[in-house]
Design a protein around this ligand. Structure first.
Ligand SMILES: [Mg+2]
Length: 271
């Protein structure tokens, strides 16, 4: 395998949580590394975080020192809205999630039902104020025949205090009431990657997906034919590569290590 060279890539797809930030705290050296990547090529943000709209993601990242435009953000809130639009056209939804999810659903032309029974789709994402009533409303919609779509199924996301419950906890609660999932929009599904690839002129062989989670960021990137790089500042640890059998092309301790050229081959343990 050829040695690591940043110049082999023209576009970088970056995950956010565990790569750029831990919750609202920038990871050490990530800001400078982010700027260096923007100088080296095109940077697009691929995040499963569905609590914010693209606009809200861009504003928040920019306020944390990562200068990003809304058009450079592919969030699972945007991806699920776009997926439903392409599957069934504008539809009537009942979101179980935070404000960014509703904002993206409306921006894609969907309508939010006035009561749960009026919805064609329950769209579930992370919700830090989930409660019994919200789950009961989701159940009312599903019992009345709505189908279930998820922004993503990440069980947890990394914070400075350790992993916290992710969208998978909310989706799991709805599924636990006896309903199947009809759509899963976020990584590792191909949709986010397909949208991102449509937004760059870089050849597939010259795109690098950088993420902290093997079973989403890296698995999805590999399936889409991209080179992948696992950073060790988030959820996944090196031994899990063998345990899960998901091999990134490259491994680095952090985003900063990528710029320093301190990158090792990810599939060195494969035979
Ligand atoms: Mg992450």
């Amino acid at each position: 395998m050829k040695p690591w060279n940043l110049n082999d890539y023209d576009a970088f797809f970056l995950d956010v949580d565990g790569v750029l930030v831990h919750d609202s705290q920038p990871i050490e050296g990530a800001m400078e590394a982010f700027r260096a990547l923007q100088s080296a090529g095109q940077v697009l943000i691929l995040t499963n975080n569905s609590t914010r709209s693209r606009q809200q993601h861009a504003e928040r990242l920019s306020s944390l020192g990562f200068s990003v435009r809304p058009s450079e953000v592919i969030s699972s809130s945007f991806v699920v809205a776009k997926t439903l639009r392409e599957m069934v056209g504008p539809t009537v939804v009942w979101p179980v999630g935070e404000s960014g999810l509703a904002e993206e659903l409306l921006a894609s032309g969907h309508r939010i039902a006035s009561k749960p029974e009026g919805a064609q789709w329950v769209v579930a994402g992370m919700d830090r104020s989930i409660d019994y009533r919200k789950l009961a409303d989701g159940l009312r919609a599903l019992n009345a025949g709505a189908r279930l779509a998820a922004t993503n199924q990440d069980g947890t996301y990394p914070t400075p205090e350790g992993p916290m419950p992710g969208a998978g906890a909310i989706v799991g609660a709805l599924r636990g009431m006896g309903f199947d999932l009809d759509v899963n929009a976020g990584k590792p599904a191909s949709t986010s990657y397909d949208i991102a690839m449509g937004m760059t002129t870089a050849e597939v062989a010259r795109i690098l997906m950088v993420g902290d989670r093997l079973e989403t960021d890296i698995l999805g990137g590999n399936k889409s034919g991209l080179d992948t790089l696992l950073v060790l500042t988030g959820i996944s640890r090196e031994p899990e590569i063998e345990e899960l059998g998901i091999h990134p092309t490259w491994i680095a301790d952090s985003l900063a290590a990528i710029i320093a050229g301190d990158v090792s081959v990810g599939n060195q343990f494969t035979t």
